[in-house]
Design a protein around this ligand. Sequence first.
Ligand code: PSU
Ligand code: MN
Length: 304
Amino acid sequence: MIPLHRCAEVAKAHRDGTPIVALESTIITHGMPYPQNLEVARQVEADVRAAGATPATIAVINGQLHIGLEDAELEKLAQAKGVAKLSRADMAACIATGGTGATTVAATMIAAHLADICVFATGGIGGVHKGAETSFDISADLLELAQTPVTVVAAGAKAILDVAKTLEVLETQGVPVITVGQDSFPAFWSSTSALRSPLRMDDPAQIAAAHVTRAQLGLPGGQLVANPIPSADEIPAADLAPIIATAQNDANTHGITGKAVTPYLLQRIFELTEGKSLSANIALVRNNARLASRIAAALALKVN
Ligand code: PSU
Ligand code: MN
């Protein structure tokens, strides 16, 4: 196996068998502007610690796979320009050539699993893009959930995606989609959508038990936990719909394709909402970090 570079805090938690929560880095480099990205990355790590778990932000730096970043490394990554966005397809090439890159949900799951981390918190996962029937743009995150045994906590799927098709692909791939505290599948910036969640669990211990049971059944893959944004922080879906349509149009006009699509849409929506999308995004990531910590704590009780 390739060497893992655990920071001191994560190395200790790994030795002691205490709960660890993985965090991705693409949200830092491609999902939010500087300096808010750095503030949020630090805040989310603090939220995980306050909830009694250890944060492990994952990234590739100079060809080394880092499981947990020192603060100086986090700061450098948050300020860096032109950092590679690494998914399953690019991670090995980046490591082999001594490169630096931020990990998406898919790549973070791969790294977390190598590092014995079962729970991972993020904002939103990639999914099936609108118009995928012609563009074929389906995020590698969905296929990763089908094969790598990590429980991923997200706030549902963004309305930049075709959420109904995203749920269909997850079902086809055998990925459990578990919404917490409500029957409706959450829509990232809004707590509810018109779609019903395939599964519902209200207790982190049940989610931990389902994770363990999947492994006992010999089923590969992880689970998607959909955690609704707190209602005080949500943006009504109707307010966002025209903004998303404009962002989508702009992406088409500028010929944005492939891995550039998601970062472009996120940046455009940030501009068009004058930063409101970002405040909601921050609130939901923090909320996800807290829930992931509780699931990790419940899992540590079962495993140790
Ligand atoms: N959705 C968000 N914020 C993000 C991303 C998705 O709300 O930062 C990032 C995540 O890293 C996710 C990646 O794994 O985008 C998906 O990219 P793509 O659609 O190219 O697979
Ligand atoms: Mn894509």
